[in-house]
Design a protein around this ligand. Structure first.
Ligand SMILES: O=C(O)CCC(=O)C(=O)O
Length: 458
């Protein structure tokens, strides 16, 4: 089976050009280098003693290889250890080695933007690389393991735009566009694929910017409340502006309360209390600067999904066994053949034929892959030599849905300007720096994950 190839770009490409030709076209690309930002220092992490010193104490969870399928990305119980102990374990003479992947907590509703161990390495990378323009960061991750023959993470998709920076070793990506979901046997029931490619599932429908209606209403109310406070405290505000924003805020508050009314359970009540406490805090804190900022008016909402707050994560993993995918594509594999019947294997192969040729990317250390939200990917990670590790660092960004707007590529202007400004302000104040385009951190209003990356048994 033939495969397709991606464009290869210089990472110093103008961010606006990158946005127009790739981000807004939802087109993946290879970048022949790491981010050019002076604050991107992650190359230092290939020095294990540097990593141990900076982050050895951090507690995290690592994933053992699934012994049945001989791959990662399964429901195998993860193991708690310190990053230092994990680094030491990679020096063992014999594998299989555990894999450090995305960190999530089963009971944690709000994701950490800098999950361990990246929280201890924050000084070594910018919040948003210049290349990524005005996308809003959702989370960063470190992918760290060791495998001489190559180990797979299984075919799945995520819900965020990915800038994947390979620091050591090799990675082979098999990529299919979101639209091929019909042929890729996702475990979850798909409700729709948005125009920006974002896949939304029946049990947790999201808008094209990844927010569900409840969170969108909540953030809108918070944003307008803040804006109202600012206007009220500024001597330069025009009464008609104050009036207009007050009206919008009251409407947003009403809309939010209605959604709360629709949501059963006490969680929402607690949430409301927390939000109202936060509104009071905003009132108290407001007026510190009195500075005017550009007010772009009240944006239009993108309420194309219902408020259906499901607890479950969607099943964004493909049911196609990795070995079947590899054999269909004539790719070497280290994964175990499926235990399923021959007839289901035949049906998977026939689906893969219908999906057509994938893009196959062989990424080498020092290169990056840009992958828009919900592109399907299967990743095989290989160490460059028997004694080496493979290591990648990636950024996930909230999926843009205003694809002609470089300055703020999200349709719900009120919400996203608020969330982005809070994120940048929090980052700058923690770092004690004035914001430049490439510097920012965790939002004061944490943005809920669309879905935590959870692995399913294949
Ligand atoms: O590197 C890997 O093993 C998987 C990476 C991945 O799935 C991602 O970045 O979304």
């Amino acid at each position: 089976m033939t495969s397709l190839a991606l464009d290869k770009l210089d990472p110093s490409i103008d961010p606006q050009e990158f946005f127009s030709n790739y981000v807004s076209k939802r087109k993946p690309a290879i970048l022949r280098g790491l981010p050019n930002d002076p604050t991107f220092q992650a190359r230092k992490w290939t020095d294990m003693s540097y990593l141990t010193e900076k982050a050895g104490h951090v507690k995290l969870m690592v994933e053992p290889m699934d012994q049945k399928s001989k791959q990662f990305g399964t429901g195998v119980q993860r193991i708690p250890m310190t990053f230092g102990d994990f680094l030491t374990s990679l020096q063992n003479k014999k594998g299989p080695y555990h894999y450090l992947t995305t960190q999530y907590s089963d009971d944690d509703d709000v994701p950490e933007i800098f999950p361990p161990p990246t929280n201890a390495l924050k000084d070594d990378f910018p919040l948003v690389p210049i290349l990524m323009g005005n996308l809003v960061l959702q989370q960063v991750n470190l992918w760290f393991g060791k495998s001489k023959e190559g180990s797979s993470s299984g075919l799945h998709h995520d819900f965020h735009d990915n800038l994947y920076c390979l620091l050591q070793g090799r990675k082979r990506f098999v990529l299919y566009p979101p639209s091929q979901f019909h042929h890729l046997h996702p475990h979850g029931k798909i409700k729709r694929v948005h125009l920006n490619g974002l896949i939304s599932y029946e049990h947790n429908p999201v808008r094209s910017d990844g927010l569900n209606s409840y969170d969108a209403a909540k953030y809108k109310m918070l944003a307008l409340k803040k804006r109202l406070s600012e206007l009220k405290s500024s001597s330069k505000s025009r009464p008609m502006d104050v009036k207009m924003v007050r009206k919008a805020y009251e409407e947003a508050r009403k809309a939010f309360r209605e959604l709360q009314g629709d949501s059963p359970g006490s969680d929402e009540t607690d949430d409301a209390d927390a939000i109202l406490a936060r509104l009071d805090a905003l009132d108290k804190n407001n007026g510190a600067s009195g500075e005017e900022e550009e007010w772009g008016g009240i944006g239009t909402d993108d309420t194309d999904e219902s408020n259906d707050q499901a607890d479950e994560d969607p099943s964004s993993f493909s049911g196609i066994p990795t070995s079947v995918l590899h054999s269909h594509l004539n790719l070497p594999t280290t994964t175990a053949p499926p235990s399923a019947s021959d007839s289901s294997t035949r049906s998977f192969v026939s689906s893969l034929k219908s999906a057509g040729p994938p893009f196959i990317v062989n990424l080498t250390a020092g290169e990056m892959l840009y992958l828009p939200a919900s592109w399907w990917h299967e990743v095989t990670s290989t160490s460059s030599s028997a004694s080496d590790v493979h290591m990648a660092f990636n950024y996930w960004f909230h999926p843009p849905n205003a694809l002609d707007k470089f300055a703020l590529p999200y349709k719900d202007y009120v919400v996203w300007k608020h969330l982005r400004d809070e994120q940048r302000a929090a980052y700058s104040s923690k770092r004690g720096v004035k914001r430049k385009t490439e510097e920012k951190d965790a939002p004061a209003t944490p943005i809920k994950p669309i879905n935590k990356k959870k692995k399913l048994k294949l």
